[in-house]
Design a protein around this ligand. Structure first.
Ligand code: GGG
Length: 330
């Protein structure tokens, strides 16, 4: 039976990098059924809805989704899409590749970001003209589920260099109840599973990561912290054009570059397709096409090493030229 993959380009450079990733997927002799769906600013302008119900249901029923980025409507699109695939963890690898001018070439870190709650979950209220509030939800069940995943992740050798432990980043010295619960549950699961886990206050982590990224491998963190810290790591490896992500659910998954719509370069055909193509590699692996996913990574690494590169990496190649080079080296 064909793997049903929903393709949502979204806005801005999503319209350029997602077709590049699809081109890479199409290069394999795999029976994919691609289903196009819409989300983001453009569909909101046309229909009044940033995430049409039809898109949500199509994503929920599919095997996997490849998503680009949403602009002003990001909050109305990204969180519900993650919910549609029942995602509990956002996996974000930040790796410095040979040939890329990275601030910290020794960086090889995978962030495992809690994906359903925390301050990022959108429980906000405007109580008056002067007062807005946010309710932060942290549950033992979501923290433990993330920790179970982290234990399996490192246990399977999926951490950088096969590292077999992880670091929990939190701020439990101040947010004693919420981050305190998160920290306690994650560390408890690690202990129950016999997995090495150490901990770092997230502000200290933000200082120590750029100073010496080699001391970190897999980093487990709350939702917003994962968003911010992975962007920090992007700055160490050569920019956001290089970071893919996987929103992993129990069966389904949503795969998207970490970057947004990049309105400054959208429409020019010069966006770096690497993050989207590496997200497609994660999609392949999620669907069990592990060998093909590995081939995509190898081809991407080869092109980054000595192939054409886009402007963000100091080159002048177009999205199409980089994509063609990747496909050529599969
Ligand atoms: N590619 C998804 C996207 O739109 N990224 C930009 C963004 O705002 N991301 C926030 C998030 O991943 O939670």
């Amino acid at each position: 039976m064909a793997d049903e993959v929903v393709v949502i380009e979204g806005d801005g450079i999503g319209r350029e990098v997602v077709p590049a990733a699809v081109e890479v997927l199409e290069a394999f002799d795999i029976d994919f059924e691609f289903v196009e769906a819409e989300a983001g600013d453009a569909v909101k302008e046309a229909t009044g809805e940033a995430l049409p119900t039809e898109t949500y249901e199509t994503v929920a029923d599919a095997d996997a989704t490849l998503f680009g980025a949403a602009g002003e409507t990001a909050a109305d699109v990204i969180l519900p899409l993650r919910d549609a695939v029942d995602s509990f963890v956002n996996v974000r690898p930040a790796k410095a590749y040979p040939g890329v001018d990275a601030l910290r070439p020794e960086t090889d870190v995978v962030f495992l970001r809690e994906n359903t709650e925390g301050v990022y979950a959108g429980h906000e209220d405007r109580l008056s003209e002067d007062l807005s509030t946010l309710t932060r939800v942290v549950t033992a069940s979501a923290s433990r589920e993330l920790a179970e995943y982290a234990c399996e992740f490192v246990g399977d050798g999926r951490g950088p260099d096969g590292r077999d432990g992880f670091t929990v980043a939190h701020k439990s010295n101040v947010m004693r109840e919420t981050d305190g619960r998160f920290r306690r549950e994650v560390l408890a699961v690690a202990e129950e599973r016999g997995v090495d886990a150490d901990e770092e206050l997230m502000d200290a982590f933000a200082t120590k990561l750029p100073l010496d990224p080699s001391q970190y491998g897999v980093v487990v963190c709350p939702n917003l912290a994962g968003d911010v810290l992975s962007d920090l790591a992007a700055g160490l490896v050569g920019g956001l054009g290089l970071l893919p992500s996987a929103n992993v659910g129990h069966e389904n998954g949503l795969f998207e570059p970490v970057h947004g719509t990049a309105p400054d370069i959208a429409g020019e055909g010069i966006a770096n397709p690497t993050a989207a193509v590496l997200s497609a590699a994660m999609l392949l692996e999620h669907l069990g096409h592990v060998e093909e996913g590995g081939r995509v990574r190898t081809a991407v690494e080869s092109v980054l090493s000595d192939g054409p590169r886009t402007g963000d990496l100091g080159g002048d190649a177009t999205t199409e030229e980089v994509t063609a080079a990747i496909v050529d080296r599969l």
